[in-house]
Design a protein around this ligand. Sequence first.
Ligand SMILES: [Zn+2]
Length: 98
Amino acid sequence: MSDDSDFRCPVCRARQPLRETCRRCEADLHLVVRAHRRLVYLKSQLAQTHANGEKERERQIITELRWLVPSYGQANVNTPPPSAAISAGAGRGLRGWW
Ligand SMILES: [Zn+2]
């Protein structure tokens, strides 16, 4: 995934490190920060559950990832992407979101 310096404020588009208040327009970004933290956590859990072969948990994580990033996996919400695509493209569908 891209690092935090690629983040742009969704209000004024100022590029900045991810933080709870925009440096330029002072928009409250705490929900964006929470969503980002959850996304990072889910991606780490997805890799772990995939490695452990926990298919049901993997499917639950993918569903939640798609709630956070609808383009995740670029497929129907009810159809998880192939496992190989999960590992190879875990961050690909998220690029540009930050
Ligand atoms: Zn801003």
